[in-house]
Structure formats: structure tokens, C-alpha cells
Write a protein of this length. Structure first.
Length: 330
């Protein structure tokens, strides 16, 4: 079976955009591939300087993937920082990575642009973690002989860079690393946020899955709608309340609601209440297990630790081959 590798940045407040846009599609890949999933906590270090918060977010994201069905018997799930082979491979890869390749990376260039706009020094706020982020990511991908790397469009360049780095090493030392391929899952329709923009924590427009009920309800009630009175016809396809609702209502009921929009007679407030109840119902088992795991973090640790052992087994021979190729084996 081919190997598919997915790195997950640790974030808290998992929301329905994360679920429908990333978690759910990624978990279906286990039917086709041997899947390697990991929490990319080392990648968070260049921007998250709050140890308490980082720790909590690592657990939250790990718990979320577990409760949504990541099968730790069939797939490998671990924490990046538990794999000492990663920083080692990163150092070796750095030696064959041209500085110019890093200069072209989008995230770094975005910082330069921001600084230019603000009249700052070009390197203001740029740490080496940000600058060499693509090398660390290349190590993630290359260590386990990954065949495919399913990513969102925004990560395509990083996969391209990983390929470039692997090709450089292979050119210098002979064929040593497998050249991975990036795949973009067919663009699952993005879920709009409660204000109609893309759902994102940075816009504060999310519907959080594991938040206390009253917080979730508050967010649902904040979903922005227009001011059409209930009795007037409305267009379901331009209404973000309907766009969100259709992921939760039963198919016949969604159709019924669509007709209510078109004919008139629908009150937004009532639909919001229904959406809220459906969400609670849909996520009930996941919420319960999530809360349990967050109260029993040692169970998350156990899962991640045993995953790390398997990941290291997979990575060790590849690193050994690289060490030999470059002349630092014994
Ligand atoms: N950079 C990815 C993101 O921001 C996370 C990530 C780290 C990753 N290492 C990876 C993704 C390896 C795929 C493969 O989402």
C-alpha cells in the first residue's frame, strides 16, 4: 500500500470548517493508503511562544482527530517532536538546500511584503524557524518514504520544495530519497463562516465543535443573515445560514427548508435554533469523548507515544540510508 502523509498544525477551538474541510476528507484516505498523521508541533514553535497554550492546542487537535475516527490500528498517529530523526534529517537536508529556495517561499515572502508596507526592516519579525519552515516540512515528508502528501492549495509550494530538496540530495549522492507527490483532494466546498467569509479562527467567525453548549449557541445565533422578513421569499444559495445548515439537516428536511426559502415563510431565528440542536445532536458522541480525553490526557499520550514508536520504525531505515549516502554512518 502506498504511504500518505498528513501534518496537522496544532490549533485549539476545532470548528466545523476544520472538520468538513480537513479532518473528514483526510480520514477517508485510510481506504486507499497506509496513512501517517502527525501533530506538527515543532512547526508551531516559530509563531506560538506560549508554552501553556501550545500544550493545550496539541492535546485538543490530537483529541479531535481521535474522536472523529482516526483508526490508530490501521494508521499511524503521533507527535512530530517525539521523533528525534526529524531534526537530524532537517540538518542534513539544510546542507543541500539553496538559500534562494527559501527566499522564494510564500510565507517568508509575505512577511517581507508586510514589512515593506509598514516601512520596517525586511527581516523584522522573521525568525529562522519561519525562514527554514520548508526544510523541516521536507524532513517530515521524506523521512517516511511518503508517496503522496494530501494538502490544501496553500501548501502546494511546500510540497514542491520538498521534492526539490530530495532531488538535490539524490543528484549529489545518488538515488536515496523517494520523490513524493502532492495531491489536492477535490475542493470540498468550503464552509462559510458565520459572517460569510471563509471560516477561520483569525476572523473569529467559527462554529466551534467542542465549546460549551452556550458558547456554540451564541455563535450560531450570531450567523449573519439579511433583513428579509420571514414571509418574503429568499435565496438559499446566497444565504450562509442555509449553506451551513445543509451539512446538518436530514436530506428531506434540507429540501423542505430550501422550499421555505423560495416560497417565503421561513424565520431565520427558528432555523438557527434548529441548526444549533442538529449540531449538538450530530456531535454529541464526539463531544463526550473529547471531554473525556481532555480530562484524561494520559490516554492521548499513550496513543501518541505508541504511534511515535511505529513512526520511528518507519523512518529509521530511511535516515540510515541518508547518513550512509552523505558519509556519516559508522
Ligand atoms: N505546513 C502544514 C500546514 O500549515 C503542516 C505540515 C507540517 C505538513 N509538516 C507537514 C503538511 C508535512 C503535510 C506534510 O498545514
Amino acid at each position: 500500500m502506498k504511504i500518505s502523509l498528513t501534518g496537522i498544525k496544532p490549533t485549539g477551538n476545532i470548528h466545523i470548517g476544520n472538520y468538513f474541510g480537513a479532518i473528514k476528507p483526510a480520514l477517508t484516505l485510510t481506504e486507499q493508503y497506509f496513512c501517517v498523521y502527525f501533530v506538527a508541533d515543532l512547526h508551531a514553535l516559530n509563531s506560538n511562544f506560549s508554552p501553556k497554550q501550545l500544550q493545550e492546542q496539541i492535546y485538543e487537535v490530537a483529541a479531535a482527530w481521535i474522536v472523529f475516527g482516526l483508526d490508530t490500528e490501521k494508521a499511524i498517529f503521533f507527535r512530530q517532536s517525539d521523533i528525534p530523526e526529524i531534526p537530524e534529517l532537517t540538518t542534513i537536508l539544510s546542507a543541500v538546500t539553496p538559500k534562494g529556495l527559501m527566499n522564494r517561499a510564500h510565507a517568508y515572502k509575505a512577511m517581507l511584503d508586510k514589512n515593506a508596507e509598514a516601512g520596517n526592516d525586511p527581516d523584522f519579525g522573521v525568525n529562522m524557524g519561519l525562514y527554514t519552515y520548508p526544510i523541516l516540512m521536507a524532513a517530515d515528508i521524506l523521512l517516511y518514504n511518503s508517496d503522496v502528501v494530501p494538502v490544501g492549495q496553500d501548501q502546494n509550494q511546500h510540497v514542491e520544495i520538498a521534492r526539490d530538496i530530495a532531488e538535490n540530495l539524490n543528484r549529489i549522492y545518488g538515488k536515496t530519497l523517494k520523490i513524493p507527490e502532492g495531491i489536492n483532494s477535490e475542493t470540498t466546498k468550503v464552509i462559510p463562516g458565520i459572517d460569510g467569509r471563509k471560516m477561520s479562527k483569525s476572523y473569529n467567525n467559527t462554529l466551534p465543535i467542542f465549546a460549551p453548549e452556550k458558547d456554540l449557541r451564541k455563535q450560531v445565533m450570531r450567523i449573519v443573515t439579511d433583513s428579509t422578513p420571514p414571509e418574503d421569499p429568499k435565496d438559499p444559495d446566497t444565504c450562509n445560514l442555509f449553506q451551513i445548515y445543509q451539512h446538518f439537516g436530514a436530506p428531506e428536511r434540507v429540501e423542505e427548508v430550501r422550499q421555505l426559502y423560495l416560497q417565503g415563510g421561513l424565520a431565520y431565528g427558528a432555523l438557527k435554533q434548529e441548526l444549533f440542536e442538529n449540531m449538538i445532536e450530530t456531535f454529541k458522541p464526539a463531544r463526550e469523548r473529547f471531554n473525556y480525553l481532555m480530562e484524561n490526557k494520559h490516554e492521548i499520550d499513550q496513543i501518541l507515544t505508541s504511534g511515535a514508536e511505529k513512526a520511528r520504525e518507519l523512518g529509521r531505515p530511511v535516515l540510515a540510508r541518508v547518513r550512509k549516502a552523505v558519509g556519516i554512518d559508522r
